[in-house]
Design a protein around this ligand. Structure first.
Ligand SMILES: Cc1cc2nc3c(=O)[nH]c(=O)nc-3n(C[C@H](O)[C@H](O)[C@H](O)COP(=O)(O)O)c2cc1C
Length: 179
């Protein structure tokens, strides 16, 4: 696949088209220009909790209410969600950048210890729900097809919790910002 009009290329004499195959690094660079809302996706087996930071979250349908999270198959938390069949999606506020760092594995905290930060509760499924999320979705896993390196975690939303109306945490060009 060709890359067109890459911003860091000077030679635009061919109408901006650069004939080269799209490598994964180039794909990630291109995707870094897309602003994404930052979430924590979390699960529990009743004893131990797990969670990771995710921007690859999208609504699928409102009948029944369904969303999808693209989750790395190599992640411990992805395995835990496949096993438990439940997960939450917590949309982070700008103030909660530290939670995004913790759940992205950028601190030494692993597994359940990541939940020492933030105020957590449960709704219907037992998945951890962040009280201070802008909005949190409590989901039952319905499908989990593996596409390349990621599972598409298709969840039916069985409960929703609204938090305070605050600025949203956004990730763009590999940095956090607010909206
Ligand atoms: C801003 C941001 C967005 C991310 N989005 C995703 C995502 O959508 N899906 C994913 O699988 N990992 C995503 N990651 C990476 C995971 O948060 C990270 O690999 C995490 O540590 C994996 O969880 P684990 O420690 O349980 O393996 C993102 C990381 C950051 C910083």
């Amino acid at each position: 696949m060709a890359v067109h009009g890459r911003a860091d290329q000077d030679d635009m004499s061919e109408g901006g088209a650069i004939a080269t195959s799209l490598e994964s690094r180039e794909y990630r660079d291109a995707m870094s220009h897309v602003a994404g809302a930052v979430h924590v996706v979390a699960t529990s087996d009743g004893a131990t909790r797990g969670g990771f930071t995710a921007t690859a979250v999208a609504s699928v349908s409102d009948r029944p209410p369904t969303l999808v999270v693209c989750a790395n198959a190599a992640s411990e938390t992805t395995r835990a969600i496949l096993d438990s069949g439940i997960f939450s999606v917590n949309a982070l506020a700008f103030d909660d950048e530290m939670l995004a760092e913790i759940f992205a594995g950028r601190t030494e905290l692993r597994g359940d210890r990541r939940f020492a930060e933030g105020r957590w509760e449960t709704l219907e499924t037992g998945a951890p729900i962040l009280k201070d999320a802008l909005v949190a979705f409590d989901c039952r896993l319905r499908q989990s097809p593996l596409v390349a390196t990621h599972h598409l975690l298709v969840g039916e939303v069985v409960a929703v919790r609204y938090g305070l109306r605050r600025r949203a945490l956004i990730y763009r060009e590999r940095a956090f910002t607010g909206l």
